[in-house]
Design a protein around this ligand. Structure first.
Ligand SMILES: CCCCCCCCCCCC(=O)SCCNC(=O)CCNC(=O)[C@H](O)C(C)(C)COP(=O)(O)OP(=O)(O)OC[C@H]1O[C@@H](n2cnc3c(N)ncnc32)[C@H](O)[C@@H]1OP(=O)(O)O
Length: 156
């Protein structure tokens, strides 16, 4: 079957596709997929029930942080290329890494529920892109994150 590219992460070049959270080439990873939904970005994922955080019925906080991180990284790259007026391709996709990540855990995230991540572009300032991400499960915002993503110099 033809390889269908459509999520932000599908446009990461191979050498940037080994991330545990978002790398399409990491067979042991989460392989999250993020898309535009109007001005916001969205990612939906159903974590396996062994990602438990202390109690059996809640999701591990580190996983929550990594989902927010990776969705923000993809949103930053997609936002930057949109700002440049270019199309997403594996050749043009700008490479971003996380310089800073803050997460507020607002409510327990239930195991077994679908998680929705909704990203907002808060600021684009040259190489620095700030993304806000809400993590929602069963209609509740369980965590709010903000990430500063930096475009790596070598790819400018
Ligand atoms: C297609 C695939 C795409 C997507 C890529 C796919 C992979 C996704 C990965 C998921 C995300 C991750 O987990 S990435 C893994 C975790 N992150 C990392 O390992 C990154 C480690 N840190 C670094 O490599 C470096 O510190 C960098 C690249 C982030 C920044 O270094 P640099 O490039 O030399 O930049 P530098 O001149 O220091 O800073 C540039 C500007 O950012 C500001 N700045 C730098 N760090 C910070 C900070 N922590 N907090 C506030 N501000 C900061 C500086 O003040 C400056 O502002 P001004 O003076 O210009 O105003």
């Amino acid at each position: 079957m033809e390889d269908k590219l459509e999520a932000f992460q599908d446009f990461y070049p191979d050498d940037y596709s080994h991330c545990y959270g978002c790398g399409r080439l990491n067979e042991h990873g989460m392989q999250i997929k993020s898309y535009w939904d109007g001005e916001e970005s969205v990612c939906r994922i159903h974590p396996r029930d062994y990602y438990t955080g202390g109690m059996k019925h809640i999701v591990y906080g580190g996983l929550i942080a990594s989902l927010i991180d990776c969705h923000a990284a993809g949103t930053a790259a997609a936002a930057k290329i949109k700002e440049l007026g270019q199309e997403m391709t594996r050749e043009t996709m700008p490479r971003f890494v996380t310089a800073n990540l803050n997460v507020n855990f607002k409510a327990p995230t239930p195991i077994g529920a679908e998680i929705e991540l909704r990203g907002k572009v808060l600021e684009i300032k040259g190489r620095k892109v700030t993304i806000g991400v809400d993590l929602i499960a069963e209609g509740v915002v369980c965590a709010e994150g903000q990430a500063l993503m930096i475009q790596v110099k070598e790819t400018l």
